[in-house]
Design a protein around this ligand. Structure first.
Ligand SMILES: [Fe+2]
Ligand SMILES: [Fe+2]
Length: 127
C-alpha cells in the first residue's frame, strides 16, 4: 500500500489502524463515549493527514492538487456527518455499512488517488 513517501505511508498505516480499532469497538459492543472518542481521533488524524498531503502538493507544484483536495473535503464532510448523526442519537449504533463505507473509501483513496502522486513527489525529491 506504499505511496513512496515515508511520512504519508506512516499516516496511512495509522489511519487503517484507527478504522480497525473502530470496527473492533463496534463489534465488542463498546459504548457511545468510547466510540465517539475513537471517531473524534479519526477525524482529527484524518484532518492532519490531509493537510500534510496538501502541503506537499503545494511544495511540489502537483498538478492534480485541486482535484485531490476536493476528494479530501468530500470525505471529511462525510465523516463529520456520520459523527454528528451518531452523537445526536439519530443513529443508535455505528452500522457495519457505515464502517465498510469508511474502510473502502480509505483503501480505495490510498491505492488510487494517493498512489498517483508518489512518482511526482519523488521526482521533486520528496520521499
Ligand atoms: Fe492519504
Ligand atoms: Fe489523499
Amino acid at each position: 500500500m506504499s505511496v513512496g513517501v515515508e511520512v504519508l505511508d506512516h499516516d496511512h498505516m495509522a489511519l487503517v489502524g484507527m478504522v480497525n480499532t473502530l470496527f473492533d469497538g463496534i463489534q465488542s459492543g463498546q459504548g457511545k463515549d468510547a466510540l465517539g472518542k475513537i471517531l473524534d481521533d479519526l477525524l482529527e488524524y484524518t484532518t492532519g493527514h490531509f493537510k500534510r498531503e496538501e502541503d506537499l502538493f503545494a511544495q511540489a507544484g502537483y498538478p492534480e492538487a485541486a482535484e485531490h483536495t476536493a476528494r479530501h473535503e468530500a470525505l471529511r464532510a462525510q465523516v463529520l456527518e456520520i459523527r454528528r448523526m451518531y452523537l445526536a442519537g439519530a443513529t443508535p449504533t455505528l452500522s457495519l455499512d457505515v464502517m465498510n463505507f469508511l474502510k473502502r473509501w480509505l483503501v480505495d483513496h490510498i491505492q488510487g488517488s494517493d498512489r498517483k502522486y508518489g512518482p511526482f513527489l519523488n521526482a521533486k525529491g520528496i520521499r
